[in-house]
Design a protein around this ligand. Structure first.
Ligand SMILES: C[S@@+](CC[C@H](N)C(=O)[O-])C[C@H]1O[C@@H](n2cnc3c(N)ncnc32)[C@H](O)[C@@H]1O
Length: 309
């Protein structure tokens, strides 16, 4: 199946990143390469992109799509949390701009055997990186009811988490829950009630996907000290797709923008912190009505950006 993913907020990303000829950029979530294609075009001649992705299908598709830019595109199958290490291997002391466009590509969501979608029957997988052993099958069939409830609540904000966790544990006593459609039907039965606009399994599937790929922990880890990768005046743009991610980005960027992290009433500053970056977006940038109409996946996108000091 051809790799299809429509990039979101491309114009806004380019306006904020302002790619320049000869400069170096990081695309921490290369996906189908849509944002990187524009960065490479705008940074011609000589601009380079290090493109990282956990998903080998995405990397293969991006390499193929962008082969005419070779050797200005360097790719690795790795998490964006490994960016510092990889920049070291490449002898790139810093980068002149970076983008994270979080989540799963439409291609993965729409490929039944990747197991991300409650609408498409497939094995419960949900791994972005298929080299990792933890998958959704393991979580659904081996985690305790308490742990399942915690995941559904924390990562899906699912109000019926306890009831769904109990239903999963009861069902798997009969036989393992192998498939996305089985799990989706089980969740719908456990939740009961009238069918709404959203499928009843939407939040639970989001929660499982976040748990399988440790998505929030990876994002927090990158934002802990990601400013260290950036050259002065380099910009970082992050696009998130749900409130849990956006909250993490917003609070990290606010921290980077502060000149002191001491408690407000501390008599003298002892934190040793200095301001790392300035906010370029006080409110998140969201897609235009026209973009949302032509690409419904863009609906929930929120973009935040900072500039390294
Ligand atoms: C929304 S897509 C990116 C699309 C891309 N910007 C484009 O324009 O085609 C997100 C991609 O990030 C990858 N991804 C998610 N978490 C990651 C992580 N921690 N490290 C590297 N890649 C990650 C996913 O595998 C997916 O391919």
């Amino acid at each position: 199946m051809a790799f299809t993913h429509v990039s979101v907020l491309v114009r806004e990303v380019i306006e904020l990143l302002r790619p320049q000829p000869g400069k170096r950029y990081l695309d921490g979530t290369l996906g189908g390469g849509g944002h990187t294609e524009r960065i490479l075009t705008e940074s011609s001649p000589g601009g380079c992109v290090l493109g990282l992705d956990l998903d080998e299908d995405a990397l293969a598709a991006a390499r193929d799509r962008l082969s005419h830019f070779s050797p200005r595109l360097i790719t690795r199958q790795a998490s964006f949390t490994a960016a510092g290490e990889i920049l070291g291997e490449l002898n790139w002391p810093s980068i002149d701009g970076a983008i994270l466009d979080l989540g799963v590509s439409s291609h993965d969501l729409e490929t039944p055997e990747r197991g991300f979608s409650f609408r498409l029957p497939g094995r419960l997988d949900m791994r972005m990186d298929r080299r990792q052993s933890l998958d959704a099958f393991e979580i659904v069939n081996r985690y305790s009811a308490a742990e399942l409830e915690r995941i559904l609540k924390a990562y899906g904000e699912e109000p019926r988490a306890r009831r769904i966790a109990a239903a999963i544990v009861a069902a798997r006593r009969q036989r393992p829950i192998e498939r996305t459609d089985e799990l989706a039907a089980l969740i719908a039965r456990a939740k009961g009630g009238r069918a709404g606009e959203r499928h009843p399994a939407t939040q639970s599937f989001q929660a499982l996907r976040i748990a399988v790929n440790r998505e929030l922990a990876e994002l927090e880890r990158f934002l802990e000290n990601g400013y260290e990768l950036l050259a002065p005046e380099a910009r970082l743009v992050v696009i998130s797709f749900h409130s849990l991610e956006d909250r993490i980005v917003k609070s990290a960027f606010r921290r980077w923008n502060r000149s002191c992290l001491c408690p407000p009433r501390a008599p003298v500053c002892t934190c040793g912190w200095s301001r790392k970056a300035k906010l370029l977006t006080t409110k998140p940038v969201t897609p235009s009505a026209a973009e949302t109409r032509s690409n419904p996946r863009a609906r929930s996108a929120k973009l935040r950006a900072v500039e390294k000091i």
